[in-house]
Design a protein around this ligand. Sequence first.
Ligand SMILES: C[S@@+](CC[C@H](N)C(=O)[O-])C[C@H]1O[C@@H](n2cnc3c(N)ncnc32)[C@H](O)[C@@H]1O
Length: 385
Amino acid sequence: MEAIPAFLAKVTAALTQGTLSKITLSKPRSRSTEWRNLYGRLVLIKGEQQLSCTLKYTTRDETRNFSLAAAPAQIEQWLTTDFYNADLFTETEQYMLQINKKGKALLRQQDITPRAALPLEHDHVKQRPLTARPRPYLTALGIAGQDGQILKQGQRKYRQINKYIELIEHLLQEHPLLANARIVDMGSGKGYLTFALYDYLVNEKQLAVKMTGVELRPELVEACNHIAQTHHFDQLEFHAGDIHQYQPAGGIDMLIALHACDTATDEALAKGIRAGADIIVVAPCCHKQVRKAMQPPADLQPILRYGILLERQAELLTDGLRALLLEAQGYRTKVFEFIGTEHTPKNVMITAVKGTTNPQAATEIAQLKQTFGLNRHHLEDLLAE
Ligand SMILES: C[S@@+](CC[C@H](N)C(=O)[O-])C[C@H]1O[C@@H](n2cnc3c(N)ncnc32)[C@H](O)[C@@H]1O
């Protein structure tokens, strides 16, 4: 195929498959033209994907939007009358079209190195798991605007979502999900992370999963179920109720609880352990139960008389014992910071994967409880029930 039709065929394919990252037209055909170049990207307008093109003039920009059906013909028109060069970037490839003054065209192609491989100082341009195409549910959740672009006030949450997906991605590389895995997100709230994880697993990774969000507040559950249905997230549903009462139909393969308040994290952990979940991911929130129940040793009083340090000590003890209780139940456990404190101060994550039991865990738990004068830990009570 000749270079220009071949290039236009790649554009049409990238538009229809939603893999177009950007398209640029450059090198104006006429010196007198006011246009310098053109930049196009996919956007969502009133629920319809369109190619939004920004024409860069010497002194201003102008934006024009085209339906996916009309866009290739418009690009062809511009290439015939206005520009010599065009570059198409998809998720994995770049196509470079160069037309000379005699009308002879050359098309070259090169693979794009995934940006995730860039060194850390390039973090600001790092490829995020969810960036490649518009995601209408993010608009419904209030993170993106009508044009599909992430809103200023949604940026923080969006960064958290991407970080969280990256982390789950790494975890699943080591411990792949079973086919038709049942995933339960406890304390799902407004569902930001639930929707994003479902979208990532089903639409990016092409995995068959069944996901349930469990949430105390019925109005949030109703709103989330509505969004799931509207966006055809067929295997995602939200259940209104208390984690403690929730009976997972068909079991749990992966349990998630992010920032579930205080002992709700313990309730979720207990449900996951009881159901024999293979993978457990929790990011604890406040730690009131242990703080009230502990009597730290007198030696520590000079530092624990400061409220913030007492709070941190309670956090350490609560989450340390959670990790040990998981190990006592046959899980290999990791505890780490999953995102910088500038994004959320509640940034500790505990991941646990079914493996071998730590034979020392029970003794270590008993010793720690004695040292800190802790008469009860909610997770331990739940597991003893
Ligand atoms: C801080 S929000 C976190 C929401 C979501 N996981 C996230 O990270 O964006 C905690 C949610 O847990 C819910 N929750 C707290 N205790 C619960 C319980 N016992 N059962 C069900 N949901 C609970 C709250 O209503 C709230 O929506």
